[in-house]
Design a binder for this molecule. Structure first.
Ligand SMILES: [Zn+2]
Ligand SMILES: [Zn+2]
Ligand SMILES: [Zn+2]
Ligand SMILES: [Zn+2]
Length: 554
């Protein structure tokens, strides 16, 4: 007992020291981490506020992807901010000075009396693999803030070659001058007392023949954050005023810039999926309603995400993942031809509910009822339930495949031909034993398969994007659908028509328009021609004639 009493204080001491050390080892790092993250978020919100009022389009990065030097203090920096318009970089300490002292690319500015446009040189951080316009050697190779780039024409030149640059002041806006809205044009339009198309045409004479300014509308929500990077690249190559982020501004607002440009020459590049293209085309249709017919632009696509059938039909591919540089994208647009594309109105009138207004949808790609719509609908509802699970593309594919095969077993669309009536241009069509009907406007369906032509083993009536005709096909079931997708089978051709009417007599069926699925009870569906859109198409083979406006068969 005595022994115990003797050692008790030592034990308490030990326990206390253990407690203190545990506290130090666990709590202190936690507190430090918390404090750091609070400071960090404080700094971030502070920075955001500053970015909002600044003259540049600043973006903050924790790590620059290439060797970068601060444009103010010339130090090598790992983190800091860069302006995607003019390419100025600065570390946090120099950011305010950079914003105050270095001017950005001017989106609107008066031209000189003699009409000469000056280069706008920015020193340092020239793009990798850029070459000096004077000595043709590579620029930006020295480990310091060196060499210059013009933010308009993208010409690069060594510091030491600058003196021997012959036209050191004259800038012709470079390779993409036909796509850029020059600052002086906007300045003059802004000064106009009477804003009229004829005045714009007069002003456009300063911009050269063949001037076809482009507006870039990017959806940053589609396709793996590609949109964000594209916005930056287009801002640096073009006038930042002609580049729009659709998450900040609706297409209808962005398209109003068309009404300040000469009619008939404007192009709109939509960066996004087929859904985004439909959104922009709807906004263009509403321009027609506002009486702005003459200002309607031609639409071209840079597809983001995967399986974009409309984009694929027009020759722009099913999905862009950076395979070709943005400069090449612009070159392809300069070479593109114009084609008219039919757009359709899908009217769904539910049976018995005459009080309710019929549902009206716009269609560019296809309408379908049956297995492929069911697949899309199952996928859609499960994605709504557990969105986080569907963030990966591979999981998406697996799930899509599982739902497709599951339907093989349950046969939810069985005996469609007994429950549905099909009329093409007012004439009833006798249906074989079917599970699904697909109505196509464009050549591709289901993420890259040519449905109407099939495998080309039998001749078929030709299709065009502008013939005002829809192609109507039938499928025997989801297994048949899958076979068609891997090009092992053809759908049943039911015919071509200007107007398609479907009457669903009983039960609920899955339906979709342009990939947007829903479940539909007994109803009448009428698909009629709505309007035509002016689209640009890309033909991969180089043609000799540069007759841009010729319309070809697609
Ligand atoms: Zn600095
Ligand atoms: Zn800038
Ligand atoms: Zn220049
Ligand atoms: Zn040089």
């Amino acid at each position: 007992f005595l022994h115990l009493q003797h050692c008790f204080p030592a034990q308490t001491l030990f326990a206390w020291s253990l407690l203190v050390w545990t506290f130090a080892a666990v709590i202190v790092p936690v507190v430090i981490t918390l404090w750091c993250s609070i400071q960090r978020s404080k700094r971030k919100t502070h920075m955001k506020q500053f970015f909002r009022q600044s003259r540049h389009g600043w973006h903050y990065t924790d790590l620059f992807s290439k060797p970068t030097y601060c444009c103010v203090c010339s130090q090598h920096i790992l983190q800091g901010a860069f302006c995607d318009g003019c390419g100025v970089c600065a570390d946090e300490q120099c950011l305010r000075r950079a914003d105050r002292e270095l001017s950005c690319k001017e989106i609107m500015a008066p031209s000189r009396a003699d009409g000469v446009v000056f280069h706008r040189w920015v020193r340092g951080n020239v793009p990798l693999a850029s070459y000096c316009v004077v000595c043709k050697q590579q620029c930006g190779t020295q480990p310091k803030l060196c060499d210059l780039r013009c933010v308009w024409c993208q010409t690069t030149v060594h510091d030491e070659c600058m003196d021997s640059l012959l036209d050191a002041t004259q800038c012709n806006l470079g390779e993409f001058h036909n796509l850029i809205i020059p600052p002086h044009y906007l300045y003059q339009v802004n000064k106009l007392r009477r804003r009229h198309a004829d005045e714009y045409k007069k002003l456009a004479m300063d911009c050269g023949d063949g001037w076809t300014p482009i507006l870039v509308l990017a959806n940053t929500r589609s396709g793996n954050n590609m949109g964000e990077a594209l916005l930056g690249e287009f801002r640096s190559l073009l006038n930042p005023v002609q580049v729009f982020d659709l998450s900040q501004l609706a297409p209808a607002k962005a398209l109003q810039l068309c009404t300040l440009l000469p009619p008939g020459c404007v192009r709109v590049l939509v960066c996004g999926g087929d859904g985004t293209v439909g959104w922009v085309l709807d906004a263009i249709d509403s321009m027609k309603l506002k009486g702005q017919d003459q200002f309607i632009p031609r639409v071209t696509i840079l597809p983001l995400g995967t399986g974009n059938d409309l984009s694929n039909t027009l020759g722009w591919g099913a999905g862009y993942a950076g395979e070709i540089p943005v400069e090449q994208v612009l070159r392809n647009i300069l070479d593109a031809g114009v084609v008219k594309m039919d757009r359709w109105k899908v009217q769904v009138s539910s049976k018995g509910l005459s009080i309710r207004k019929p549902k009206v949808l716009s269609m560019n790609n296809y309408f379908s009822v049956g297995p492929d719509a069911l697949m899309a609908l199952n996928f859609h509802t499960h994605r709504e339930k557990t969105p986080s699970f569907f963030s990966s593309r591979i999981i998406n594919k697996a799930v899509y495949f599982l739902y497709g095969t599951k339907d093989c077993l349950v046969q939810e669309c069985k005996d469609l031909d007994k429950r549905i009536e099909l009329e093409l241009d007012g004439e009833r069509v006798a249906l074989p034993s079917l599970e699904g009907i697909i109505v196509c406007n464009i050549g591709y369906w289901g993420g890259g398969c040519r449905l109407w032509e099939g495998m080309g083993d039998e001749p078929c009536p030709p299709t065009r994007l502008d013939d005002g005709l829809l192609e109507v096909m039938g499928v025997f079931g989801s297994f048949h659908c899958a076979q068609i997708q891997v090009k092992l089978a053809n759908p049943v051709r039911l015919g071509q028509a200007h107007t398609v009417r479907l009457v669903l007599k009983s039960s609920t069926m899955p339906m979709q328009v342009d990939g947007e699925p829903w479940a539909q009870g007994p109803c009448t569906i009428t698909i009629t021609h709505k309007t035509q859109a002016l689209m640009l198409y890309h033909s991969s083979e180089q043609t000799d004639d540069d007759d841009d406006e010729s319309e070809v068969e697609l």
